[in-house]
Design a protein around this ligand. Structure first.
Ligand SMILES: [Zn+2]
Ligand SMILES: [Zn+2]
Length: 344
């Protein structure tokens, strides 16, 4: 949908909320006057962004619906594709995740974020990498709108985000190699705090891929365990009556048997990732047919940043912001052109 259309329902929710809320003495004006210009400036509802590190969508097809029920349900009942793309420049973890939160490509010389490394570099920031002290992210836009954000991650290099936007990331939980601990903390946080934006990284699938090979039996088991962890979070969401949560789910890269995903960026098993939007206000649509004018299913190809684009994992930031009723990350690649539709 067009960004404006994308937020219509959310604006309606915001308006209803504002109408129900008592006027604060400081407001001093009519409800309509208070609401209209500011409706877009406060986040509406919550977004949980999920990145499954190294998830090759082929695994979901091979494992089947019965043994990965949660991921299949999200794909079936959300706006989804299993044929989205990574960044053109990289199929590595940190560059692709930095694209997810900044909405920028990788190459700094072409307006990208400049995070080309894939290690836990102490003291590094996206601002340094980019050469722009003002570089924004989904976190900084949410913060500017008065919302709160958190990062839950299973790899230590994700400390880059809180270091780069220290005032905007209100909470950081990183347990390197311990997805279940991270998940437990996330469940508690969702139940007790109302954050506009939560970023959740799961590392188990990638670890299994590196140790045992992509699509191997232990890899498929890791996908199943990840499905269970996501299911446990959705159970909390349901039990706590959290009815304003939307999910954006993608992956940083895939991987193919017998290969390291970092080097072979031209291999389809590496550059193909899922992308889905799910929750209230999101229809069960396939993303390519739902966006015939703005996106093109790349088939087996790996399009560069020219011409009609595939859905990419770097759209996560602006999709999340659109769901929250906020504008895109300034100067991001999927900025004004950001127009992904998730309704039929
Ligand atoms: Zn990765
Ligand atoms: Zn990896």
């Amino acid at each position: 949908m067009h960004p404006a259309t994308g937020t219509v329902r959310l604006l309606a929710v915001a308006l209803a909320t504002a109408l129900l809320a008592p006027l604060s003495p400081a407001a001093g004006t009519t409800t309509a006057a208070r609401t209209a210009p500011h409706a877009r400036s406060a986040p509406v509802g919550r977004v949980l962004a999920i990145s499954i590190d190294g998830l090759n969508p082929t695994a979901l097809r091979r494992i089947g619906r019965q043994r990965t029920p949660t991921l299949h349900r999200l794909l079936r009942t959300g706006a989804a594709t299993t044929n989205a793309r990574t960044q053109v420049e990289s199929t590595s973890t940190l560059p692709n995740h930095t694209s997810m939160v900044t909405g920028r490509r990788v190459a700094a010389t072409k307006g990208g974020h400049g995070v080309t490394w894939n290690t836990d570099r102490r003291g590094s920031t996206v601002q340094q990498a980019c050469g722009d002290p003002e570089v924004g992210s989904v976190f900084s836009v949410v913060q500017a709108a008065g919302g709160r954000s958190a990062v839950f991650a299973a790899k230590s290099k994700f400390s880059l985000f809180a270091r780069s936007w220290p005032d905007a990331v209100d909470r950081q939980v990183i347990r390197h190699g311990h997805d279940r601990r991270v998940t437990r903390r996330l469940r508690r946080d969702l139940a007790h705090r109302s954050r506009a934006f939560t970023f959740w990284h799961l590392g188990l699938v990638d670890r299994a891929g590196h140790t045992h090979g992509w699509l191997s039996r232990p890899y498929r088991r890791a996908v199943r365990r990840t499905d269970t962890m996501i299911g446990s979070v959705l159970t909390v969401v349901r039990k706590e009556g959290i009815d304003d949560l939307r999910i954006v789910l993608t992956a940083d890269h895939g991987g193919r048997p017998g290969s390291r995903h970092h080097e072979a960026i031209r291999k389809r098993h590496n550059y193909r990732v899922p992308f889905l939007v799910w929750g209230p206000g999101v229809d069960a649509v396939r993303l390519y047919p739902a966006n015939p004018d703005s996106r093109r299913d790349p088939g087996t190809r790996r399009p560069r940043f020219r011409g009609r684009q595939p859905v990419r994992n770097g759209e996560l930031a602006n999709v999340a912001l659109d769901l929250l009723g906020l504008g895109p990350v300034p100067h991001s690649r999927w900025d004004r052109r950001h127009n992904l539709s998730w309704t039929s």
